[in-house]
Design a protein around this ligand. Sequence first.
Ligand code: NAD
Length: 501
Amino acid sequence: MTLSLLSHVGRLPDQGILIDGQWRPAADGASWTHTHPATGETIGTFPIATESDVDKAVHAARIAFDEGPWPRSRAGQRVKLLHRYADLLRANADELRRLQALDNGVPLSFAGIYATSVEAAADVFEHHAGWIDKVGGETLPPYQGGDHLAMTFREPIGVVAAILPWNAPFLLYAQKVAPALAAGCTVVLKPSEFATFTVLRMVELLVEAGLPDGVLNVVTGPGNPTGDALVTHPLVDKVSFTGSRAVGRHIIEASAGTLKRVSLELGGKSPTLVFPDAPDVGLAAMTTMGTVTMGLSGQACVAHTRALVHRDVYDDFLNAAQLLAGMITYGDPFDPAVLSSPLINAKQLDRVLGYIERGKDSGARLVAGGSRVDGDLAGGNFVQPTIFADVDNTAELAQEEIFGPVLAVVPFTDEDEAIRLANATEYGLGAGIYTTDNRRAFRVARALRAGTVGINGFQVEPHLPFGGFKQSGLGREGGRSAFEAYTELKTVLMPLTDELM
Ligand code: NAD
């Protein structure tokens, strides 16, 4: 029977643009129609913010920053609001998960994965609330001349343009909005056009928590015109972006005119390195293949899409990865037995199928999947879990972020070769190491050029810095460094005697 999700569509947040506390339609009345990736059905519509809407939103954030109470509020006031908000997120988790399933098709079964859960998003708000009364400046001794006081202050950076991708809206919204608000910034938020309803509901809850008008404004719509108008606006001080490398590059160029501060969380081609003394080769294979298939169907920035496997355990690894590939289920994201999602849109479906077809001709060995899921699910963007073995590490399959359920497996012979292969990429987001030799584990972890390295496991947590080396990004989210990234450091000097400084 053909899948339909329309019976799950209840109340959707029905207005997309929030300016100075008022929800409103787009200036020209234009709207985006959201089509579900699992069925092609129309789920709902939201406004496409024009350049003039973006301008109004930025002005509202500017006035709230320059004249409003939030940047000047007492630490305790901000702490309490962010805690209240974390509680509201948890209390509304079921509705948020339902909206996510209607937005991007991520199944409810994935809700137990901590890193992308509503609970993790709530924890991120509490974590950053914790920095508000703890991060300050320093007092420093005079370097030369007379007696004087020298001190530093951490001040909010100003108006932040926060631009989100579609794949993990709970966590990625929190990773930007929480530190920005905690630091005392004001925000213009642009959700992805492919996960808007979830973010709008989270913003409704923020309003309910009591955030003053104008502190967080929302513009909905795609990169053009909405995103472009935001990243080029002269009154924006900082752009905080998570998304593809191509758009990240564009943002650096587009924001250069007014030298905005820019943080970028971009893509990856993260390797797993499996040594012959791995604690459990089968588990390493299942975990690696799990990141490429379960929940997001490989549409995750830190999916470990490149498995570098020692020749002694190569066949064991492939067998276990194939086993997991055969266990993945698709379809109705509201069905608890469904484990994975469709690709987000037709363009991404074509892109992934293109990589698979070229992979088949590349000399690599296709050992699982390799095509679109058909039958009753032919109306959705589903692709089978796919494994290519014997991939050349320089080939497209091992170098490009495919952003789909495709694992490239590359054999290696010794530790030096494994490190060389792992680092031979333009990306540097994550990496996994499987070994029971602790000295090897740390030796390899230190040698890898990646932002987060997991030894016999991998996790993203609110208090840990997360971000990329090389072309995987600029800056870090999570932890103290994320909070500080929404501040400017100011130095203040004052003589204590009549002597000159
Ligand atoms: P995308 O780059 O297509 O879009 C991201 C956001 O940018 C969307 O809101 C989009 O509307 C907006 N955008 C597009 N063009 C723009 C423009 N010209 N100006 C301003 N904004 C513009 O990415 P996506 O498909 O939403 O997400 C997938 C990508 O995100 C992958 O590359 C993935 O690796 C990356 N990602 C990285 C992380 C991380 O933490 N490093 C996390 C999740 C996703």
